[in-house]
Design a protein around this ligand. Sequence first.
Ligand SMILES: [Fe+2]
Length: 210
Amino acid sequence: MTLPTREQAQRLMQEAERLNPGPWVRHSWYVAEAACAIAQRHPALEPESAWIMGFLHDIGRRAGKTAMRHTLDGYAFLMEQGFNTAARLCITHVFPIKDLQAVACQWDCSAEEMAFLEAFLAGIEFDLYDRLIQLCDAIALPTGFCLMEKRLMDVALRHGVNDRSIERWQAFLGIQQAFEADLGCSIYMLLPGVVENTFGFESSVLPRVE
Ligand SMILES: [Fe+2]
């Protein structure tokens, strides 16, 4: 694997945040933490690598306020640095379904760039890390971990839905189920604060049942 160290990844993200500050940076941190927590329990995943891949998956946002081209911008940036494995995740994380037309928002790429993405996807098989970051992207808000269904609705409310939305949501739920079968537990048992972050209040304010 060609990945930066955690310290190098943190420096890259500090620079990216200076270039384009926003909630995407906190979201990226929670994706990293979720990936690491799940990898710690998974027999075939390495937690530190998972953390770094999760942290950098959206680094294409350093280029400014873009839609789907953040995938290509992140890929190009990390390839330039020689971090090929991390670069791959910048593209694969948006494809729970391996189809350019089945994504959550608009493609703002040229015809050549779209052809590159098409060929890139055709040339790879998704591995466990691709699936892990797809999963973690779908359970991390900028405020913390949340129920997947909440995050999917958050994206739908911001970007709208299209005729592939139901298929995408089913794919995300399928990825979750596959990981839970490997882990032998709910992913939510591994992620602190899901209840508070999903439902928007501290559990301590609930009335006590005597
Ligand atoms: Fe993301």
